[in-house]
Design a binder for this molecule. Structure first.
Ligand code: COA
Length: 180
């Protein structure tokens, strides 16, 4: 899907980009963008990073939507179809284990600072929804209560806050869910 960025580096612009599913050979680009963005965050605790191995797995076995300008990746959103894994956010929401395969984790949303302000987190989620397996009926997500950007996007996309607890070894997080 083609999109126009109306803001680049905080200034008005008209730049075409492509929003599409990433392929496993693109995992290093996703990992590199993650690390670049995380290293520049004033509050790195808002975002817990993934290993290259996990990112490769999400792309190969679940879903990763990326926003590209030629060979440059500027944004991505990962999903994890985690089934009966204890990493399934459904497990933290008291959902009966038999239903976990119908839940997917909406995992990480990352937009390079140059491209922020184009609603890309929301656009990537909208683009992902038709690509999710039919068996997935709910999405789970975690957001730092202190991260207004990610939280407002999640709420605007129809997620609701269901719980608040420590996750990922000690980080304060809202657990959110969205029924599809
Ligand atoms: C969360 C994130 C993906 C949102 O990016 P986005 O989709 O481009 O955000 P929006 O288009 O909704 O931005 C809305 C406004 O907030 C601003 N904004 C967005 N993220 C910002 C940030 N991290 N810091 C400062 N301002 C930010 C935008 O510039 C825009 O401002 P404007 O209205 O003046 O144009 C992005 O902030 C990000 O990559 N953060 C780092 C990783 C992270 O925390 N991910 C979430 C947890 S997985």
């Amino acid at each position: 899907m083609e999109l126009i960025l109306h803001k680049v580096c905080g200034h008005p612009a008209q730049q075409a980009v492509t929003l599409r599913r990433c392929t496993p050979d693109e995992a290093p680009a996703v990992y590199a963008l993650q690390n670049e963005v995380h290293a520049a965050m004033p509050h790195p605790e808002w975002f817990v990073t993934d290993t290259l191995e996990h990112i490769t797995g999400y792309i190969a076995d679940s879903l990763c939507i990326g926003v590209w300008q030629g060979s440059r990746l500027g944004a991505y959103l990962t999903f994890y179809y985690c089934g009966q894994s204890p990493h399934n956010y459904a497990a933290f929401l008291g959902v009966p284990q038999a239903e976990w395969p119908h839940w997917a984790n909406a995992d990480s949303a990352v937009v390079h600072p140059d491209w922020r302000g184009n609603g890309l987190q929301r656009r990537m989620l909208e683009a992902a929804l038709p690509l999710l397996p039919e068996s997935i009926t709910h999405l789970g997500a975690t957001v730092s209560p202190a991260n207004p950007y990610s939280l407002s996007n999640a709420l605007a996309c129809g997620f609701t806050i269901r719980a608040r607890r420590e996750m990922y070894g000690g980080f304060d997080r809202y657990l959110l869910a969205k029924e599809l």
